[in-house]
Design a protein around this ligand. Structure first.
Ligand code: NAD
Length: 324
């Protein structure tokens, strides 16, 4: 019997009845563990054939080297920076994700945040709750006719581009890999200099870490809004705070942070021109259902056939540990 280990984070995915039933049919059992660090993970998951990773601990090279049976590591989500893919590939371990379970959710969240800033929904809600009526000058902006810059034109970014265009915005896109027929693609610097709203949809990699740094903020318009629903590490929070403090950036809407949960004393809190959601962009009952099916579906397929299309390092195939 194969062993699948669920590396649980806060327990919001439990219970696992659906997963257990699907795995049992494929001759596998599910073990749920919580591990404080890599050593605890190795101790608890040492005989795992498959590991499901939520957030922590990360499957670093050091950890992967101590998991001799592991054939497949799956991230519960789109981004998989929690797994050292280069090390996994060298060791013959396949890595997979759930690439499309929340595309619309995150795109809608990014647009909801963009509109919340442009229409000052959160700021005006605070006034409404306090009984203030038509208080202060109108600083709302019209999205129609504005320029929206989309950085990363993959699944989520291209959906954002499509909906922003439907609102009547001019959409510019930047992506070094993907060519999108329906978006005018420009260089990164031109996008930053032109956009009223910049929405970020790139994976967190060595190349995208702090893609938005002081240099990037210096290129943006002083009244521009940054929307980040991708990963916190793509934006230097220190540079963002500095740009906001200096009036070199108009507003920010953030769902993701360099440190999560966002510490209580973080200087991004308490500002009228910043809105913060606690990494909720992907969530809905629909995406939750699709995520579960994607994770156990890919596992069952791999257990039965030795492969699944959800694998992100296909170069592992010739020397995959459990490939058939
Ligand atoms: P995707 O793989 O379909 O698209 C990512 C795109 O980014 C690709 O087209 C890629 O070419 C592009 N890219 C890579 N490096 C770039 C760079 N330096 N500049 C510009 N573009 C670059 O992924 P997706 O489904 O669109 O998701 C995007 C990211 O959103 C994920 O990697 C994940 O980290 C994040 N995400 C966040 C949540 C959330 O809850 N907030 C949920 C899902 C995904």
């Amino acid at each position: 019997m194969s062993t699948v280990v669920q590396l649980e984070y806060v327990g919001d995915l439990a219970p696992y009845d659906e997963e257990e039933a699907a795995l049992a049919e494929a001759g596998a059992s599910l073990t749920v563990v919580r591990a404080a660090d890599g050593d605890a993970l190795v101790e608890a998951a040492g005989d795992a054939d498959v590991i499901w990773v939520e957030w922590t601990p990360h499957l670093t090279r050091d950890v992967l080297e101590r998991l001799p049976k592991l054939g497949l590591a799956i991230r519960w989500g789109v981004g998989y920076e929690q797994i050292d893919v280069a090390a996994a590939t060298e060791l013959g371990i396949a890595v997979a994700n759930a690439p499309a379970y929340c595309t619309e959710d995150v795109a809608e969240h990014a647009l909801a945040m963009l509109l919340a800033v442009s229409r000052q929904v959160v700021f005006r809600d605070r006034q409404g709750q306090q009984g203030l009526w038509r208080h202060g000058p109108a600083k709302q902006k019209r999205l129609a006719g504005s320029t929206v810059g989309v950085v990363g034109l993959g699944r989520i970014g291209s959906h954002v581009a499509k909906v922003a265009a439907a609102f009547g915005a001019t959409v510019l896109g930047y992506d070094p890999v993907v060519t999108s027929p329906s978006v005018r693609q420009v260089g990164f610097e031109e996008l930053l200099a032109s956009a009223d709203f910049v929405s970020v949809h790139v994976p967190l990699t060595a190349e995208t870490h702090h893609l938005f740094d002081a240099d990037a903020f210096a290129l943006m318009r002083p009244d521009a809004t940054l929307v980040n629903t991708s990963r916190g590490g793509v934006v230097s929070q220190a540079a963002l705070v500095e740009a906001l403090d200096a009036g070199r950036l108009g507003a920010a809407a953030l769902d993701v942070f360099e440190q999560e949960p966002l510490p209580a004393d973080n200087p991004l809190r308490g500002r009228d021109n910043v809105i913060l959601t606690p990494h909720e962009g992907a969530n809905s009952p629909q995406s939750g259902r699709d995520l579960r099916r994607a994770v156990y579906g890919a596992t069952v397929e791999w257990l039965r056939t030795g492969w699944t299309d959800a694998i992100v390092n296909p170069q592992v195939r010739p020397h995959a540990r459990a490939g058939r």
